[in-house]
Design a protein around this ligand. Structure first.
Ligand code: AMP
Length: 398
């Protein structure tokens, strides 16, 4: 069975074609500047075919999907001989609200429910829906599945997901913590259980997804019981450009003082804050590491804040679960920055965590970086959201 995984953004579309017999990625690629002019980078990963990397007109997502199918099936760049070899499509969808606690086969009723979730993710869900509609138009009856960033977090208890505001805002408007990165937290937590050789139902895990966006998740006996992102991905940890937790009074103060509109204010909190805002250097942790090592105090402060917040939120999840068996680092920063892992782990002495510096300096593989006698184990597990989407799609369509 071959499954096409699609992650549609407003002007971009990422894809992978995965052979589920071997879970090998046959080809992957990215359409960019959809609706502007258009560019496709398509990389076949089997058969020694060349990479296609050229501008081509992509006025809408339909032309983008058609171009992807054309490349996947072409003699020169293709990895399958015709579209009929693609058995199903799995779509990443950001927000499933309270309607979707797991992945679901797409039909007209599901599409209507996705539209109802759009107010919760006005920037992301419309793009995901456009991608699905384009795929349905181009690929006809090929079965399709939606996999949600929010679904894994639907097991949170009310005490974790409720905000302490008048209850009718929850009842009438769905105001609550939803959480994001659920597909990543689900993948790394189940992989961690495999690496530990124990059923996930016997483990208390804390997963730290640290990339451009960052969130932490408490996974108690296989179920998410808390997570740091909320109604939107803005809160929790300070991130590349997002502010993380912030007193709402700051928003009122700044809007009054500088006359910002709410859109201008949210643009500052989403795009100009986080480690970029504090350091004034960059949102990229590589740049921050370099600046801090050259004596830039604000880059140092931004990094210290990030480490502190990860440790603080993870510590609160130890309390929430009354213990922890393993801590997982994943995503761009978690997988690549040994300095970040070491700095965060240095807060976990009270848990009996001891890091093996040699293991911590390895890259690109699932690895335990704690010493064999560390009371709580620490793992680096490269995330693989596309594989989760493909597996869910296979399980649902077959
Ligand atoms: P992601 O959102 O998971 O793709 O992560 C992207 C982020 O990972 C980048 O913005 C960088 O901040 C970070 N990153 C990637 N490689 C490294 C590295 N070697 N050291 C530190 N940070 C890194």
């Amino acid at each position: 069975m071959k499954i096409l995984v699609i992650n549609a953004g407003s002007s971009s579309l990422k894809y992978q074609l995965i052979d589920m017999e071997t879970e090998e990625v046959l080809a992957k690629g990215l359409c960019e500047r959809i609706g502007i002019d258009g560019h496709l980078k398509h990389s076949p990963l089997v058969g020694g075919k060349p990479i296609f990397n050229e501008d081509l007109p992509l006025p809408t997502h339909s032309e983008a999907i058609a171009a992807v199918i054309d490349k996947l099936t072409s003699a020169e760049y293709g990895v399958v001989s015709s579209m009929s070899e693609i058995d199903a499509v799995g779509h990443r969808v950001v927000h499933g609200g309270e309607k979707f606690a797991s992945s679901v086969k797409i039909d007209d009723a599901v599409m209507a429910a996705l539209e109802e979730c759009t107010p919760f993710a006005p920037l992301h869900n419309p793009a995901n829906i456009t991608g699905i509609n384009a795929c349905r138009a181009v690929m006809g009856d090929v079965p399709m599945v939606a996999v949600f960033d929010t679904a894994f977090h639907q097991t949170m208890p009310g005490k974790a997901y409720m905000y302490a505001v008048p209850y009718e805002y929850y009842q009438n408007d769905g105001i609550r913590r939803y959480g994001f990165h659920g597909t990543s937290h689900r993948y790394v937590s189940s992989r961690c259980a495999e690496l530990m050789g124990k059923p996930i139902e016997e483990l208390k895990l804390i997963s730290c997804h640290m990339g451009n966006g960052s969130s932490i998740c408490a996974i108690d006996h296989g179920k998410c019981v808390d997570t740091s992102m909320g109604f939107t991905p803005l809160v929790g940890l300070p991130m590349g450009t997002r502010c993380g937790d912030l007193d709402a009074g700051v928003i009122q103060f700044l809007m009054n003082k500088y006359g910002y509109s709410i859109d201008e204010m949210l643009n500052i909190l989403n795009k100009k804050s986080g480690v970029l805002g504090v350091s004034g250097v960059s949102s990229d942790f590589r740049d921050l590491d370099a600046a801090a090592s050259q004596g830039n105090d604000r880059a140092r402060l931004a990094l210290d804040m990030f480490h502190y917040w990860v440790a603080k939120v993870a510590g609160s999840y130890v309390a929430a679960m009354n213990g922890v068996d393993a801590i997982i680092y994943t995503a761009g920063v978690g997988e690549n920055s040994k300095e970040t892992r070491a700095a965060i782990s240095s807060y976990f002495g009270y848990l009996g965590v001891a890091i093996d510096p040699e293991a911590n300096s390895k890259r690109g593989e699932d690895i335990m970086i704690s010493t064999p006698d560390s009371k709580v184990k620490v793992f680096v597990i490269p995330t693989n959201e596309e594989l989760v989407i493909a597996r869910d799609t296979r399980d649902i369509v077959s």
